[in-house]
Design a protein around this ligand. Structure first.
Ligand code: NAD
Length: 291
């Protein structure tokens, strides 16, 4: 029987543990961990993500500050906002929700966040640490996937893992993590220039898909008994109340019949990503106070 890797349930359990830990810290007289988020403009998906992060903070007992800035905010103004948060000792984590409007240089913004509070793990210093196995903030989505594999006891050592997608926030860090000591997978990365992705995925024990193309991975691309992790989330128009449906990168109903374990969309990697951010914020807080 195919194991459904239920990210929603797992994230709830992990979030409850964070909540308990925060309550214990507060009982001992410590202040609450504090996550700040900056949102520039009114992108619908970004607004939803930031609202969820705010709700998650409330649930676990973190303080949260959300700065909602207009789409016409200048790069200079945003940088000065970030600088003031960097200097605020009461803030443990800062994220700037991407994408930012086109007139703002996203790399410049990412690099301006102090690495100690870069809980998204996008700063080059933190990415560099990841590549040489040093302790760092692992960006939330790859972290969530790793946690999920661990918690569900999916064996990775000596397995062939194919990661589809090489973005800085998902595919590339994912491939590094899977090859690291402890996980010890043999990793292949496929991307938009790969000829015949199926030739690689058909010999994979674990397939991690992050391309942003709904139902990209079909059953004839998957080996019998493989584990399939679907990172993709695309809004497709639908005749429902919200006007859209969330679709993953995997043709779920058919691929499910072939593999041994699979993540659904929604309810798979998404909630684990949200947990990843809480984990990193707590980590920053504990580092600050040597806890
Ligand atoms: P991206 O657009 O930055 O990268 C997409 C990658 O897919 C690229 O590296 C590209 O080379 C590769 N690609 C494109 N077409 C391909 C093809 N035909 N064959 C093979 N590779 C191909 O996207 P991203 O930021 O990495 O996000 C990927 C997906 O994951 C999106 O749907 C995004 O919404 C989703 N996502 C989900 C979460 C979550 O929490 N679940 C978090 C981040 C991103």
């Amino acid at each position: 029987m195919t194991k459904i890797l239920d990210g929603k349930a797992l994230a709830l359990t992990l979030r409850s543990k964070v909540k308990e830990e925060v309550a214990t810290l507060r009982d001992a007289g410590h202040r609450a961990p504090h996550l700040a988020a900056i949102l520039v403009g009114e992108d619908g998906a970004s607004m939803t993500y930031v609202n969820s992060k705010e709700k998650d903070c409330e649930y676990v007992g973190f303080e949260s500050s959300v700065y909602r800035l207009g789409a016409d905010t200048t790069e200079e103004a945003l940088l000065s906002h970030i600088a003031s948060i960097n200097n605020n000792k009461n803030i443990d984590g800062l994220i700037v929700q991407l994408p930012v409007p086109k007139h703002i240089d996203a790399t410049k913004i990412t690099e301006s966040i102090h690495p100690d509070i870069d809980v998204d793990g996008f700063h080059t210093l933190n990415v560099g640490k990841l590549t040489i196995d040093e302790d760092t903030y692992i960006s939330a989505t790859p972290f969530g996937v790793i946690m999920m594999l661990e918690e569900y006891g999916i064996e990775t050592r000596g397995k062939h893992c194919v990661v589809i997608g090489r973005s800085n926030i998902v595919g590339r860090p994912m491939s590094i993590l899977m090859s690291q000591g402890g996980r010890d997978a043999t990793v292949t990365i496929c991307h938009r220039h790969t000829h015949d992705v199926g030739a690689f995925t058909r010999i994979a024990d674990i397939v991690i898909v992050a391309v942003g193309i709904p139902e990209f991975l079909k059953p004839d691309m998957v080996k019998e008994g493989a584990t399939v992790i679907d990172v993709g989330i695309t809004r497709v128009d639908a005749d429902n109340k919200r006007g859209y449906l969330l679709k993953g990168d995997v043709e779920y109903d058919t691929v499910k019949e072939k593999c041994s374990a699979i993540t659904p969309v929604p309810g798979g990697v998404g909630p684990m990503t949200r947990y990843g951010l809480l984990h990193n914020t707590l980590k920053s807080y504990k580092n600050k106070f040597n806890l």
